[in-house]
Design a protein around this ligand. Sequence first.
Ligand SMILES: [Zn+2]
Ligand SMILES: [Zn+2]
Length: 453
Amino acid sequence: MSSIEFTPLGGAREVGANSYLLRMGGLDIVLDSGLHPKKEGVGALPEFSLLRKAPDAAIITHSHIDHCGSLPHLLQIFPSVVPYATPATLRIMDRMLHNSVSVMGILKKERHIDDYPLYQHSDVEYAVGKSYGIEVGQEFAISSESELCAVFSPAGHVLGSASVRLNANGRSVFYTADICAVDQELMAGFEYPDRPETIDTLIIESTYGANEGADSVSYAEEIERFGASMATVLEGGGCVLVPSFALGRAQEILNVIARLQEEGVVPHVTVYASGLGRAVYEIYDRFRDQLRPGAELSPLSQFKKVGDVWNPEVARKLLREPCIVVATSGMMIQNTPSAAIAQEMVKEPCHGIFFVGYCDPDTVGHQVKTCSPGDSLQFMLGAAPVEVRLDNIQSYHFSAHAPRMALQRVIERIKPDRVVFVHGDPDAVDWMYENTANGALKYMSAIGETLAL
Ligand SMILES: [Zn+2]
Ligand SMILES: [Zn+2]
């Protein structure tokens, strides 16, 4: 049997700058090329210095920044690399990467991070322009000199997201990337590739490996709780802020709210959506045929623009009438629209802030989740802290990642000979390693540590 080598460049025992070098069929393939969400400057890049020669290709599974955010930089170093992604991923990636250049420009000024931006708009144009858009189910070869073929299958995570299977010389590797096992409001769940039993090596994400609670969350019950709490705040004359990631969560939540309004659960107040979430929404609309069968995507025109909320007067005006605001960032990072709106919102006890995703411990979102009324928090860089008078702060579990029991079922169904656990905090990867894939050869490796598979 021919050998395969696997080396994490990032995202081994962490959800970081997810990127893996796979050497198979005589080719070097980079699987994903992300930026670390919690690190800054060049420290956020994968360890590209581990690449001793130009990779033959880069396969991008989806357009979250922790999976595609360093692709323009990779192509700066190795201009010959050919990237592959689904057509929807390419469209969203283009939008997300240009936004990254702008955000890095702002951070350079605000936080004096000298090595930002890590790439320019022209580098994004080069990377996206050089990429091939390949539909799911369509097998593609990377080089005429190699037997290696790849094929995408639906990952169910966000629009365009895919898992990828690579076949060469009698070996078959399947990289799940980020997967969601169940249907969401807009996305249909993960699908197995053809003949899963012929996969010999599985590379699987481990995000929820340490989260026992996620196994028992019912999506339908969570939506019911979300709708009921939202109605209470609005009927009491308050507004609801839903801090949300721009790709995936924002589009899903806007459509959940539209449906709950349609069903009469949530009052018909104005719903606002912020910038990047709107831009991605347009791409969801363009690729609406790839959404879950039966999913009804509300027209974007139904959701109003939030406007220049960095002007406190605009934010105050927004909150005069009961309304719902879905705004980035999901973790309420300082100086983002959700932080600017929250800064005004927390001054009044009648409003509600509903988190629908994870907040890192060093974000304002985490401080808001854990604060008590009377505490003061700083929402905007350079601004004075504001006293929190609102106590209706809720958290909902609307993840686009499979809980660990679902990951376990994927392993059991595929029954691979070898399983490599990636993309999870150490305790998550450890739980997966210890409790799943019995009978298979199991691997977890560190950044720069090559596995011979
Ligand atoms: Zn993702
Ligand atoms: Zn991810």
